[in-house]
Design a protein. Structure first.
Lengths: 480, 476
């Protein structure tokens, strides 16, 4: 049951091959036996109640395709009455008193939430090692990282602990773990999904998305999550199409751009081979390929880390130990309370980014860092704009390597390189996807698809067509 | 040495929107602590601000009413600092792109006018309140005020005395109530000031070192605080010492200013554009729409009162100084028998005195504008004398009955039958031979004696002018 897609589970539930309660119990028992550490909170009681509600709906014939599908929710989405920690000691005791818009939308279609998934603290990290709740393991190899920050979500889907999962992607946090765990991950255009109730890391980048087994499943879930929200001024008043409608359009005549900057020496040769093999597959399906250039994307890492750190330094100010969350017990006065609560409550990487951001926004440095970075951000967006005049989709690697060993990357700057191909997409606010296209030494390789603004339909179509021709996405780790 | 005072003012105007500037929580004053603070105001993880366009409209109203430049592109910035009553750890404000740009306000002092430049006015959210005297060892935080929209009006350093500062702030206070963007309630903190003060030797170009007085919420304290601070700075400089640039607190009980300086005073607010809010474009259409809904402004009203109603400048100034007073006066004029000057006298005289005595707002006056106007029309049509009218006014104040009702029940209507009046006058003359002879000897003052007698006999129900005329005729 746990290797089935949404579409398959829907059929099974509808045909009464199994009940939603049975299905949910099956997943819950797998989660309880799992050593992946993919979950921070398992909401078993709630899940079984939701499963019963779903079964009742199915019995009455009122079920939609998502009714009763068990999923895992990244612990960055506020869930009313359920602990929402964002992977931080700071929010270890925080029970959200309200639902994020995404949580609300997922509840409305009677999905079954199995639990809240592990993640890098406040979504800051590329390996899931920055979690207060310890690292998540890669289901393909327990000594490897699953990627981050949505590592728990990716491991949960790849390891058969949930049918799909939610994620957020600020600099690659959906695509990179999807790539390293061999699943399908979609980060939509900035503004496609409401940010209301998502604990903010870097507001001008944060974007929720989906992590699924197939592109078709991603389209189904995106249908529910997408849309304007009056509670989020940065969500777009853009019509939401039915993302499943265009899945079957032929790729004949599709123009693919390969940015030469994505195939330089940083890229592992074997990963590159897999990527090129997938590109050939697209060519055989009628697509043409041309080389393109994103000259400013080489500045993506510093640009991203300045702007994102600036935003996070301000976004995390509310975590001050005064109203909720962690409060240090050893405080004699107000300044102590702030200092100790924040020093003890935040992890190393979070503190590092708060420091970088605070520094970059300070008087005398603002123009040289924040303002300059914003200008480069603009140039990076323009690069994409030019390329999309010539091509339908940009393809390349998601990550320069496959999953690396847990604990092997200690230097933060080396860790930042893991996002070298994903960051520019967030800087421009474009939609991006990762789909499995092969293995290097039994570890999955993901192909990145980057589309123009609001072209999620097109990306899902391209990915779906590829998945009709290949079976990489059907491979499961031994344990499954 | 002769010194010159240089003052710049920041006025914090709480805008009277129904809901807060970035959340849907209500803005009523005096509610149970934290009962008007929603998830957004509490700064919970994950919440986002959504701009209340009403606050923008009100800010535009102010800008348009002082003919200021309105910035088409509005950006909201985050002002970052830690304080327990600032839930997000930053205040959403406007740094480089304030909604209102340069403008000016004219003030009158005696018979001189002076123009005070407005540097800018920007939108921001108010912080919560820290309450230090509720619990022994803890500070209580009330976030009902957090997120109430503020318009911060910043003046040029064009003000050179406490008197000017008061005239300027009063003028703005009147204006914001006219254009209905603020309730003007100073006790509730709806209108408060920060004052920047420096002094320099007269004639010197460059400015002296300034101090800032924060959170003053009355005109009286403003005047006293400035006077105290100017004197203090003079004393410091005349002792050849230096004024320290600092924030000082005005203590209204001791009537003094005190240094508020903490050890790490200089805050770097790390302003940057709030990524949660999109820039707000102000279209020409919106600007036009706001212009068209602007009411008659105090200055325009004053001109009309003087030129069309024939009031004196002084009377016009008093009447327009409070919108509610002007409104009351204008409702009185809807009764077209009454004379504007007479109405003005009554509003500024009897009515204001009574309101003052009983500490009642004119909006809650027991005598409505319509009924006062009716009373005055009874003077105009000679039903009662002014003196009787003053008595009727008192009855009206206490009983809330109409003037006509009181005149009827108490029988206060003036005698209009000339024959009857003449009979009474003749009777008085006949009984006062001594006084008649005195009058004939040229003692005009003795007329008062006759009138007093006549008034007594008629219970004051005669028109004194008429009596005077008749009496002189009879006595000659």
């Amino acid at each position: 049951m746990h290797t089935k897609t949404i579409v398959e589970l829907y059929k099974g539930l509808k045909n009464k091959d199994f009940s939603c309660v049975e299905l949910t119990k099956h997943y819950l028992s797998r989660i309880n036996q799992s050593r992946l550490n993919a979950f921070i909170t398992i909401t078993d009681e709630l899940a079984l109640i939701q499963a019963q509600v779903a079964d009742d709906k199915i019995a009455l014939g009122n079920a939609s395709i998502l009714t009763g599908i068990p999923y895992a929710h990244k612990d960055i989405f506020c869930t009313k009455g359920v602990k929402t920690s964002a992977g931080s000691k700071m929010l270890d005791t925080f029970i959200a008193p309200y639902d994020a818009t995404v949580s609300q939308k997922l509840n409305q279609v009677n999905l079954v939430m199995l639990g809240k998934t592990n993640m890098d603290e406040f979504a800051m990290g590329s390996s899931n090692e920055n979690s207060f709740y310890n690292a998540v393991k890669n289901p393909w190899n327990y000594s490897k990282i699953p990627g981050g920050s949505s590592g728990g979500s990716a491991a949960s889907v790849a390891g058969g602990l949930s049918c799909f999962a939610t994620g957020t992607d600020t600099g690659g946090s959906i695509r990179q773990p999807a790539s390293l765990c061999g699943i399908t991950g979609l980060k939509p255009t900035y503004g496609r999904i409401s940010r209301y109730g998502i604990i903010a890391y870097a507001s001008s980048f944060d974007q929720a998305g989906v992590m699924t087994k197939t592109s078709q499943d991603a389209a189904i879930v995106l249908n529910v999550m997408a849309g304007f929200d009056e509670k989020d001024s940065t969500s777009a008043e853009q019509k939401v199409p039915d993302y499943t409608t265009n899945l079957n359009i032929s790729l004949q005549g599709l123009t693919i751009g390969l940015p030469k900057e994505f195939f330089l020496s940083d890229l592992d040769n074997k990963v590159a081979n897999n990527i090129m093999f997938a590109i050939k597959e697209f060519e055989s399906m009628g697509a043409t390929v041309r080389e393109v250039s994103l000259p400013n994307s080489v500045y993506a890492i510093p640009t991203y880390y300045i702007i994102a750190s600036c935003e996070c330094s301000s976004n995390l100010s509310r975590l001050d130990g005064v109203r909720y969350g962690y409060r240090s017990k050893e405080s004699k006065n107000l300044e102590d309370l702030y200092l100790n609560s924040r020093s003890e409550g935040f992890g190393e990487e979070v503190k590092r980014r708060i420091m970088i951001g605070t520094y970059a926004l300070s008087t005398g440095y603002y123009d040289a860092y924040y303002l300059k970075a914003q200008k480069v951000r603009h140039l990076i967006s323009n690069d994409f704009k030019k390329v999309f005049e010539k091509v339908d989709v940009i393809m390349g690697p998601v990550s320069p390597t496959t999953a690396f060993d847990l604990g092997s990357v200690k230097d933060p700057v080396s860790m930042y390189l893991a996002d070298i191909y994903t960051l520019s997409v967030n800087l421009a606010g474009l939609p991006g996807m990762s789909i499995p296209v092969g293995f290097v030494q039994d570890l999955p390789v993901g192909l990145q698809l980057i589309g123009n603004y609001w072209s999620e339909s097109k990306l899902l179509n391209i990915a779906h067509q590829f998945q009709l021709q290949t079976d990489w996405h059907l491979r499961v780790p031994e344990e499954c | 040495m002769e010194w010159e005072t240089v003052i710049g003012l920041e006025i914090h105007v709480q805008l009277n929107t129904k809901s807060k500037i970035f959340s849907s929580a209500l803005t009523k004053y005096g509610k149970k602590p934290n009962s008007q603070a929603c998830a957004v105001d509490l700064g919970l993880p994950g919440v986002l601000p959504v701009l209340n366009i009403e606050a923008v409209n009100k800010a535009i109203r102010f800008g348009v009413s002082i003919n200021a430049h309105i910035n088409k592109c509005n950006i909201f910035d985050r002002k970052n600092y830690f304080y327990p009553d600032l839930p997000k750890g930053y205040q959403i404000s406007q740094m480089d792109w304030p909604i209102v740009g340069k403008g000016k306000i004219e003030i009158i002092l005696g018979n001189q006018t002076k123009v005070i430049g407005i540097t800018r006015a920007h939108l921001e959210e108010d912080a919560g309140k820290s309450i230090h005297d509720m619990f022994d060892d803890n500070t209580a935080i009330d976030l009902n005020r957090a997120g109430i929209p503020l318009l911060e009006i910043v003046s040029e350093p064009d003000i050179s005395s406490a008197k000017e500062a008061v005239a300027y702030t009063k003028k703005v206070h009147t204006l914001v109530q006219y254009i209905d963007i603020c309730d003007g309630n100073m006790q509730e903190g709806s209108f408060r000031f920060d004052v920047n003060i420096s002094i320099r030797p007269k004639g010197q170009k460059e400015l002296g070192i300034r101090t800032e007085l924060k959170n003053i919420n009355s005109f009286k304290f403003l005047e006293r605080a400035i006077n105290f601070e100017v004197k203090r700075q003079k004393d410091v400089l005349e002792d050849s010492e230096k004024v320290v640039q600092e924030t000082r607190l005005y203590d209204s009980v001791k009537n003094e200013t005190r240094s508020m300086r903490l050890k790490e005073e200089t805050n770097d607010y790390r302003y940057f554009p709030d990524p949660d809010l999109l820039p707000v474009e102000i279209s020409n259409e919106l600007l036009e729409k706001v212009k068209q809904t602007l009411p008659e402004l105090p200055d325009q009203k004053k001109i009309r009162f003087v030129t069309e109603l024939g009031l004196s400048e002084y009377d016009a100034d008093v009447l327009i100084s409070q919108k509610s007073l002007a409104d009351y006066f204008e409702v009185m004029l809807e009764n077209n028998i009454v004379n504007a000057k007479l109405c003005a006298n009554w509003v500024m005289g009897e009515l204001s005195a009574a309101l003052n005595k009983y500490q009642i707002n004119i909006q809650n006056s027991p005598i409505t504008a319509q009924s006062l106007s009716l009373l005055i029309s009874r003077i105009s049509d000679d039903t009662i004398s002014v003196k009787t009218a003053k008595d009727v006014f008192k009855y009206m104040w206490d009983s809330k009955n109409s003037a006509d009702e009181i005149i009827r029940v108490k029988g206060l209507k003036q005698m209009t039958n000339m024959v009857e009046i003449e009979v009474i006058i003749e009777q008085v003359i006949a009984n006062s031979t001594l006084q008649v002879s005195q009058f004939k000897l040229g003692n005009n003052k003795i007329l008062g004696f006759f009138i007093g007698k006549i008034m007594k006999l008629t219970s004051g129900k005669v028109n004194p002018k008429q009596v005077n005329k008749l009496l002189r005729k009879k006595l000659l």
